[in-house]
Design a protein around this ligand. Structure first.
Ligand SMILES: CCC/C=C/C(=O)SCCNC(=O)CCNC(=O)[C@H](O)C(C)(C)COP(=O)([O-])OP(=O)([O-])OC[C@H]1O[C@@H](n2cnc3c(N)ncnc32)[C@H](O)[C@@H]1OP(=O)([O-])[O-]
Ligand SMILES: Cc1cc2nc3c(=O)[nH]c(=O)nc-3n(C[C@H](O)[C@H](O)[C@H](O)COP(=O)(O)OP(=O)(O)OC[C@H]3O[C@@H](n4cnc5c(N)ncnc54)[C@H](O)[C@@H]3O)c2cc1C
Length: 697
């Protein structure tokens, strides 16, 4: 029977290659026509966006290399959506350790290895080892500690997780409860989980993979609590992988997505670790129990790894949205629905304004975030250089910028993937589209590494403080420097007199800046209401106004994002046609941001109704102007079919045959009658079985 089904599947797939779509245009022809009418070369723009021809060539080479392996072949990748948690967990680790092997043998550089993992899009239990365990030792361990731990970690003789979050607290880091009590007699720390709420809960790779972790615990010496400090802690035996005495560790169970990764729990019953397990680059405990705190400017050093990851998340967001929009734009350009008369050529669904108005602004957001990601990682690299030279002056600005931008970018990408999925109609709901898994795996980013509301409030705190500084005549530097001119700004009115005026960069920048300034001034006023002239960042004025404060922080981050996008396009080395298209995309981005929260511009009379109508009109015109370039704009992201792993987003547009082939080849179709026939359906449906059952009664 199995054989029979396989034969029929092959026949069906072969047959489908002969089939034409009655009354339709062949999808491949649609995509070919789209590419022909583009106003610029997507190959050339892809080179600019990706940072050079060499990067694209290297990526193709890595994909070929992946395809030649059993764990990274196209077949392995496309089967993934049919696999169980356990299978995904093992597959993730197989891929990560194989890539590690290639890196150790010198066949891959560190960058190649990272890129290979990104291309594979199969998260595994070693991700946190690479992105948080090793970096925390690098940045928070002293030289001797680095020399001891790093070679073992890099050789994968030990694997680590980042154990900060507890059952009771993720956001309120200062409220974490795990204790590290110093025992002077033995020169050891005793790590203990004092309550149910103190159990470590969520760390990636902790459940089944990690032998060690970075343990964030309150340092207690002579009953004095010195707050949170990082420790390197072994939790499993290196020979047996069994938990050490006093350690209870396991996986926290299935999640919304990202199920190959073993996010874990960890409960500790007075487990002893040596004094030198505390990472001592910034704070120290001597053998006789003297505590040397970090310097004042290093006070937030323990939070350093989180800042690094937030920079990575900002960098990743644009590329994830680029994947989703590539799938949705290509598919909606071949998908045809509805003609006036049956049998006539139907419209490509991307030509309906509702879809263009959903997808084209998301393409603009993906471009904006890609440029912002580059700017953020450049900024983070500069900070690293300064930090290594002992200068931490730029950390406060970096923190507030990345906090708000992490929130804006991950919200935009997560909501954007879901909008793309819906935009693809029924086929978007199929796992074969690649969109459900992309969303389920990605949406965690709005929560982890600082919940987005909480991160926005960190930026809000900075904006209110900046507004306060301006009010007191002090200078404000950095991304909030525009607040310096708040008083003049608040008297300005929108200058638009014709729809075309909205297209100009100055008008859009001015409106976004006005909105951010107005909201910051209002936020500041709200917080001064009951404090007798003093702002309390934890009191009822703050807690009762967080909706407004988060909105204010997001308006600021949108301004930073938009101006960075515009500047980056201005500075990029682009051919004139691509530049012209991107300038329109920048305008669409700014207009879409304004339209989303138009009420803000009416609040203080900055905007008049006729100007708002012109904004809508100009946005609608822009959608039409950009429509011919839609496919070229997503082709320019340069994302390979291998990485898209989507029947809908494939670059040749052969969507329907791909769907049929993938569906008919899956496990549930392995037999014609299906796995429930014999035990469940047959006794009801097969007349002979029914007869037999009755005769037994
Ligand atoms: C692959 C990824 C997998 C996932 C992994 C994870 O999720 S791991 C788990 C990830 N978990 C999370 O992400 C947890 C999220 N929670 C947190 O990060 C913190 O609890 C907090 C930032 C919300 C508050 O912290 P708090 O109560 O200690 O601070 P406060 O609000 O009282 O402000 C006091 C001052 O500190 C400043 N400042 C703050 N942070 C930083 C910084 N990093 N740097 C520099 N400065 C910083 C702030 O600007 C303010 O300055 P001001 O105005 O006085 O000049
Ligand atoms: C997939 C995944 C992987 C993770 N990996 C790790 C890891 O490797 N290591 C690790 O240590 N942790 C990890 N975490 C934990 C993660 O960092 C936390 O979940 C995150 O910081 C949010 O904290 P919380 O869960 O306590 O949410 P809560 O703080 O309980 O949030 C609940 C709600 O309250 C709101 N809220 C909370 N505090 C405030 C406030 N002060 N002001 C306004 N609103 C507030 C939030 O906006 C949210 O809506 C991971 C989480 C996930 C989902």
């Amino acid at each position: 029977m199995v054989r029979e089904h396989c034969d029929r599947t092959t026949a069906l797939v072969n047959e489908s290659s002969q089939l034409v779509l009655a009354g339709h245009v062949e999808p491949q022809d649609d995509l070919r026509a789209e590419r022909k009418r583009a106003s610029f070369s997507s190959q050339e723009l892809a080179v600019v966006l990706n940072g050079g021809t060499e990067v694209l060539q290297r990526r193709s080479r890595l994909i070929s290399q992946l395809q030649s392996t059993s764990w990274g072949s196209q077949a392995a990748v496309s089967q993934r959506c049919f696999h169980s948690r356990e299978q995904l967990h093992v597959e993730g680790l197989v891929a990560q350790t194989e890539i590690w092997k290639l890196m150790q043998s010198g066949a891959l550089s560190q960058q190649d290895a990272k890129d290979m993992e990104t291309l594979l899009t199969l998260p595994g239990g070693l991700t946190l080892h690479q992105y948080m365990f090793i970096p925390t030792i690098e940045t928070q361990g002293d030289e001797e500690q680095q020399a001891y731990w790093l070679p073992k970690a890099r050789a994968l003789e030990i694997t680590g997780a980042y154990a900060q979050t507890e059952m009771g607290h993720g956001t309120f880091v200062r409220g974490l409860e795990t204790t590290a009590t110093y025992d002077r007699a033995s020169e050891e720390f005793i790590i203990h989980s004092p309550a149910l709420s103190s159990i470590k809960w969520w760390p990636g790779g902790l459940g089944k993979t990690a032998t060690h972790c970075i343990m964030l615990a309150r340092l207690i010496i002579n009953s004095k609590d010195h707050g949170l400090h990082p420790f390197v802690m072994q939790i499993r035996d290196l020979h047996t992988h069994l938990p050490l005495a006093g350690v209870r560790v396991g996986d926290i169970g299935p999640k919304f997505g990202y199920n190959g990764v073993d996010n874990g729990y960890l409960m500790l019953d007075r487990v002893r670790i040596p004094r030198r397990a505390m990472l001592m680059r910034h704070a120290r405990v001597t053998p006789d129990g003297h505590y040397f705190p970090p310097s004042a400017e290093n006070a937030k050093a323990t939070y350093g790894t989180m800042v690094a990851i937030r920079a990575l998340l900002v960098d990743e967001a644009g590329w994830v949205l680029a994947r989703a929009t590539t799938i949705a734009v290509r598919y909606t350009a071949i998908r045809r629905q509805t003609s006036e008369r049956v049998g006539d050529k139907e419209l490509q669904v991307l030509d309906y304004q509702n879809l263009a108005a959903t997808l084209l602004p998301l393409v603009a957001s993906a471009y904006a975030l890609i440029f912002m990601g580059k700017a953020s990682s450049d900024m983070y690299k500069r900070f690293e250089q300064d930090r290594d030279a002992g200068n931490l002056a730029s950390l406060p600005e970096l923190h507030v910028l990345l906090a708000g931008m992490k929130a804006l970018s991950t919200w935009t990408a997560a909501d954007g993937i879901e909008a793309c999925r819906r935009g693809c109609g029924g086929h978007g709901y199929s796992a074969l589209s690649g969109l459900p898994d992309l969303y389920a795996s990605y949406v965690q980013n709005v929560t982890l590494e600082g919940d987005n509301n909480v991160m926005s409030l960190q930026t809000a705190r900075h904006l209110v403080k900046s507004q306060e500084a301006v009010a007191k005549g002090r200078r404000v530097e950095g991304s909030a420097a525009y607040l310096q001119r708040a008083e003049q700004e608040l008297h300005r009115k929108c200058s638009v007199q014709a729809p075309q005026d909205w297209q100009t960069a100055e008008v859009l920048d001015a409106a976004l800046r006005h909105r951010a300034t107005y909201l910051a001034a209002e936020g500041h006023k709200l917080l001064l209401r009951h404090g007798g002239g003093k702002i309390n960042f934890a009191g009822p004025d703050w807690n009762g106004n967080t909706v407004q404060l988060i909105h204010m922080a997001q308006a600021h981050s949108q301004l930073v994002l938009h101006t960075t996008f515009a500047q980056s396009v201005h500075q990029a080395d682009l051919e004139p046609a691509a530049r012209a298209a991107l300038i329109k995309l920048v305008a669409l981005h700014g207009m879409s941001l304004l339209l989303r929260d138009l009420q803000d511009l009416f609040m203080d009379g900055y905007l008049q109704a006729f100007q708002a109508q012109m904004l809508v009109q100009r946005r609608n015109e822009l959608l039409l102007e950009l429509r011919p370039d839609a496919v070229a704009l997503v082709d320019s992201f340069g994302i390979a079919d291998y990485q898209l792993n989507s029947c809908l987003g494939r670059s040749d547009g052969d969507v329907y045959r791909a769907l049929l082939e993938a569906a008919s080849g899956q496990q549930l179709n392995k037999t014609e009658e299906g796995p429930a026939w014999n035990a469940v359906l047959k006794p009801w449906l097969d007349p002979a079985s029914r007869q037999q059952a009755r005769s037994k009664l």
